[in-house]
Ligand binder design. Structure first.
Ligand SMILES: [Zn+2]
Ligand SMILES: [Zn+2]
Ligand SMILES: [Zn+2]
Length: 275
């Protein structure tokens, strides 16, 4: 769970390591909630455990609107939030409530986009199983629409790119290589850096991302390790680790291009290869 890459200093601080050892981005410290000093990840785990053990719904005190659950004299409540379910249902239906919530969300997105994104991420993480389940069910019921969506997404640059990255991550997991997330924009930037040409031979055909130190040899799936390479160079280089020797043996060897490659790679990548 590495969803908390950023944090709002108004809400959180970095405190001592929690009992479950939730280290925040390798700092040896745990992100803690300012109000109560608690680790938000531990809170999520504890809440999930409690709900798994006891179920999310329970019969609690009668709410102030007297929503009696099937004549038990009690109100049905959720453990996550402990509110009365009927009250919540009624509140959610009110147009002015919806409007207010929308407005609040928009304001937050504009004023604190990072925080808003983090909230969405946390929400998705917390409800991942339910969201996936709902998506699967929806896809089953709307197969043709879902397929069309999928095809349209895949035909767009972002979808295509995500697909390639997914495959790269899968390979990285297979070889136990490190995975460091990077953005679509970072990869586009890398392609522009190489003028949309093969980093080795300068070809403009059949280009693809290439891990400079192969995943097979423990090179990470990170932007620091990525260059743009044509399919011919890729298959000729294959999983060789002495890339310099391979490159120098080729008739298209170009010292300027080689320097360009070296200067964009991460320093640890160069250290890991045999240069
Ligand atoms: Zn924790
Ligand atoms: Zn109620
Ligand atoms: Zn090439």
């Amino acid at each position: 769970m590495s969803s908390l890459h950023i944090f709002d200093p108004e809400l959180y601080y970095l405190g001592s390591l929690c009992c479950r050892g939730h280290d925040w981005n390798g700092t040896g410290k745990t992100l803690r909630n300012k109000r109560r000093g608690r680790c938000p990840k531990c809170d999520l785990v504890a809440e999930k455990e409690r709900i798994d053990r006891l179920g999310d719904k329970y019969l609690g005190k009668l709410c102030r609107f007297g929503h009696d659950h099937e004549g038990t004299g009690k109100s049905l409540r959720t453990r996550s939030g402990s509110g009365c379910i009927e009250c919540r249902r009624i509140r959610d239906l009110k147009p002015e409530y919806k409007e207010r919530r929308k407005l609040h969300a928009r304001k937050e997105r504009e004023e604190k986009p990072e925080l808003a994104r983090q909230r969405v991420k946390e929400y998705r993480l917390r409800h991942r199983d339910r969201i996936n389940q709902e998506r699967r069910e929806w896809n089953k019921l709307n197969r043709h629409v879902a397929l069309a969506y999928e095809q349209r997404y895949r035909s767009k640059p972002l979808g295509l790119d995500n697909n390639c990255r997914k495959r790269a991550r899968k390979r990285a997991r297979k070889y136990n290589a490190e995975i460091v997330p990077y953005t679509y924009e970072q990869w586009q930037e890398r392609k522009r850096y190489f003028d949309n040409l093969c980093a080795f031979c300068g070809s403009e055909e059949s280009l693809a991302r290439d891990h400079f130190v192969p995943l097979f040899h423990g090179g990470p799936d990170s932007i620091d390790n990525l260059i743009l390479v044509c399919i011919k160079c890729n298959s000729s280089k294959h999983i060789r680790i002495d890339i310099e020797a391979w490159y120098k043996s080729k008739e298209f060897y170009d010292p300027a291009r080689w320097q360009k490659i070296l200067s964009v790679l991460g320093s640890d990548i160069i250290a890991r290869s045999l240069i």
